[in-house]
Ligand binder design. Structure first.
Ligand SMILES: Nc1ncnc2c1ncn2[C@@H]1O[C@H](COP(=O)(O)OP(=O)(O)OP(=O)(O)O)[C@@H](O)[C@H]1O
Ligand SMILES: [Mg+2]
Length: 244
């Protein structure tokens, strides 16, 4: 008699924790604005999702909380299996440095400093020696197609190139999660497309990415769309929850 079994072998390890796990998150700002109102959000390793919604709906607030730059008023936040509320400031900074990369609309590059130095800054808290940081920064710049712009300072780069430097800085430490808040917001449509292509490539190589965007066309081009309205999740294609 043959038996079939679906029991995994004893050596199988537990699956890695979700990259992001928010439970019933609310955020109230001083003055009584309830920017987030009961957000449940899970992001698994390898996802590429859009967070879309109108101005003032709570997208940036959500990104700050997921990025551990801000704490929720109530609810819980776990990043790569770590309960953020349980961590003291220093351990929280370490978690952020190791697990999360940020990209913002306005680039936030260090002025007067070349692309290589800007990217190497992403490894400042890695404990790696300077020469190694520069080596990895050069690799990251090559990945974003800027191997020939290592010494260019921000004012010597186009908008799209600046954003590619910012993305290289965000991924040079190989974070579990890349958070991008309107990464194409300051770019013309062609540079915006190049940046989105780059994010897709990075995702194909394994980086988990959440992109905040106003642009419904960009959102619809991504595998998962989460739509925020008035601080709530109005739609999430991963849950089969579609916009009303
Ligand atoms: N530091 C703050 N103090 C008080 N209220 C705030 C603060 N930051 C944001 N808000 C309010 O919280 C709400 C959500 O703001 P948030 O910045 O998250 O919106 P958003 O979806 O990112 O909008 P946009 O698309 O315009 O960037 C808004 O009503 C805003 O006025
Ligand atoms: Mg915003």
């Amino acid at each position: 008699m043959t038996t079939t079994t679906t029991t995994p072998p004893a050596t199988a390890t537990a699956p890695p924790p979700a990259v992001v796990r928010l439970r019933k998150v609310t955020k109230e700002y001083a003055g009584g604005v309830r920017a987030l109102d009961g957000i449940d959000l899970h992001v698994e390793r390898g996802e590429l999702l859009a967070i879309a919604g109108p101005s003032g709906s709570g997208k940036s607030t959500l990104l700050h909380i997921v990025g551990t730059l801000d704490q929720p008023t109530t609810g819980s936040v776990e990043i790569a299996g770590h309960d953020v509320a349980a961590l003291a400031d220093r351990r929280l900074s370490a978690l952020r440095a190791r697990h999360i990369g940020f990209v913002f609309q306005a680039f936030h590059l260090v002025p007067g400093v070349g692309a290589l130095e800007n990217v190497a800054e992403g490894l400042l808290y890695s404990g790696l020696p300077r020469a190694r940081r520069r080596e990895l920064a050069a690799d990251a710049l090559a990945r974003v197609g800027l191997a020939d712009r290592m010494k260019h300072r921000p004012h010597e780069l186009s908008g799209g190139q600046k954003q590619r430097v910012a993305i290289a800085r965000a991924v040079v430490g190989e974070p579990d999660l890349l958070l991008a808040d309107e990464p194409t917001g300051a770019l013309d449509s062609k540079s915006g497309e190049t940046v989105m292509e780059l994010l897709r490539d990075l995702n194909a190589q394994g980086t988990t990415i959440a992109v905040i965007t106003h642009d419904t066309q960009i959102a619809q081009g991504l595998p998962r769309q989460v739509r925020i309205r008035d601080g709530r999740i109005a739609a999430d294609t991963a849950l089969g929850k579609v916009a009303a």
